[in-house]
Design a protein around this ligand. Structure first.
Ligand SMILES: [Zn+2]
Length: 113
């Protein structure tokens, strides 16, 4: 099984409704894997909440969710050999144009450059 990449959502997205994702990251930072595969081509990850605000407006919990997301993406990328270009937003409003993509690094080394 080879995926094309990862699609990131937030739960404010109307097309989620509690399903349509492979991993859900709750407000407490818990990762909940879905029992069934969502999409044969992409791995869908959903952050609980609304991440369409600027990063400076994020709460401590939301920043923690971002950290958990970056860890999850790192692990999935190592497993499926994704590149930085293989991480996609769902739509222009999900998770929003100001989403801090640059924080989602694929390789742990890049974090310190
Ligand atoms: Zn979405």
């Amino acid at each position: 099984m080879q995926y094309y990449g990862i699609v990131v959502h937030h739960s404010a997205c109307p097309s989620i409704n509690g399903k349509g994702y492979d991993f859900f990251i709750g407000k407490d930072g818990t990762i909940v894997p879905a029992s069934e595969q969502t999409d044969p081509l992409y791995i869908h990850v959903c952050l609980e909440g609304d991440f369409s605000r600027r990063r400076e407006a994020y709460s401590a919990e939301e920043k923690e969710q971002l950290f958990v997301l970056s860890k999850l993406i790192m692990k999935l990328s190592a497993t499926f050999r994704f590149e930085q270009d293989d991480i996609f937003p769902h739509t222009i409003t999900c998770p929003g144009s100001s989403f801090p993509w640059s924080e989602l690094v694929i390789s742990p080394e890049d974090r310190y450059h």
